[in-house]
Design a protein around this ligand. Structure first.
Ligand code: GEK
Length: 244
């Protein structure tokens, strides 16, 4: 078993900040990184499992798109009560998916999990009762996001749900400044230095592109979802549930 460790990827000054990628160096520090960087992450993971159990349908498929180390997959898997379901854990980082597979196989829940190393833009979705995009759509080219959601919608069963969690941008400048400052304070309270926060921000600048709440809600409705609700917010991180 590989050892997990503290996230120190940006702790020393770097000559050049390259675009962030989910490579081998990130895998070992990922749980520490995401817990210290995303306010409310553990609540998100726990409640996504609860929501999934409510909406999962017998003999259907559940998708964890951008699964990283499988936190959502495990939360869904442990709570699922409906028979004959399969969970698809999808990520385009081979390093992430390999470790995810190891964790899921070490877990003793019984729902079958299929591991798919692919871009979520290319993966096919079928007979889906639950699809989760937990902090993943924000890494997809904004011009491709509508097509990804349309493909997901088309592969969902009536009454199925999409759970979409994202970092938010704000149209209002004051709100944007407030949430940026508070998110920075959250990271500092979790032990990151100013240098770490600023180097990480530079590495993510072209890679993680947040959109506003209004843009997300409008796109989900445009794609066809009949009910769209925001069920979670902690600082500048939100989650929506959209029902087909
Ligand atoms: C969690 N959901 O712990 N196709 C497939 N995977 C992708 C793509 C893509 N186009 N783009 C990014 N990824 C997880 C957290 S992390 C969020 C999700 C974060 C993958 C990427 O490899 C990474 O594993 C994940 O999406 C984003 O609940 O680190 O801020």
């Amino acid at each position: 078993m590989n050892k997990l460790g503290p996230d120190q990827l940006y702790a020393t000054p770097l000559n050049e900040i390259v675009d962030f990628s989910f490579d081998e160096s990130v895998v070992d520090v990922f749980p520490d990184m995401i817990n210290r960087s995303v306010p409310g992450y553990s609540t998100l993971i726990n409640v996504v499992g609860v929501l999934s159990a409510q909406y999962a349908q017998a003999d259907s498929q559940l998708y964890d798109l951008g699964c990283s180390l499988g936190a959502v997959t495990m939360s869904m898997r442990r709570r699922l009560l409906q028979p004959d379901c399969t969970i698809f854990a999808v990520d385009n980082s081979a390093a992430m998916l390999q470790r995810c597979r190891q964790y899921v196989e070490d877990d003793d829940a019984s729902v079958p999990v299929e591991f798919v190393c692919a871009d979520i833009q290319d993966v096919s979705i079928a007979r889906a009762s639950v699809v989760v995009l937990n902090l993943t759509l924000q890494f997809v080219d904004p011009a491709q996001r509508q097509a990804v959601l349309e493909k997901i919608y088309a592969g969902m069963l009536p009454g199925g749900v999409l759970v979409l969690s994202e970092k938010l941008a704000f149209a209002d400048e004051q709100a944007g400044l407030f949430f940026t400052e508070m998110h920075h304070a959250f990271k500092k309270a979790n032990g990151y230095s100013d240098l770490e926060v600023s180097q990480k921000r530079a590495a993510l600048e072209k890679v993680l592109i947040p959109e506003t709440r209004e843009a997300h809600e409008a796109r989900l409705r445009d794609v066809g979802f009949s009910e769209v609700r925001q069920w979670f917010q902690c600082l500048n991180f939100v989650s929506f549930i959209a029902v087909k």
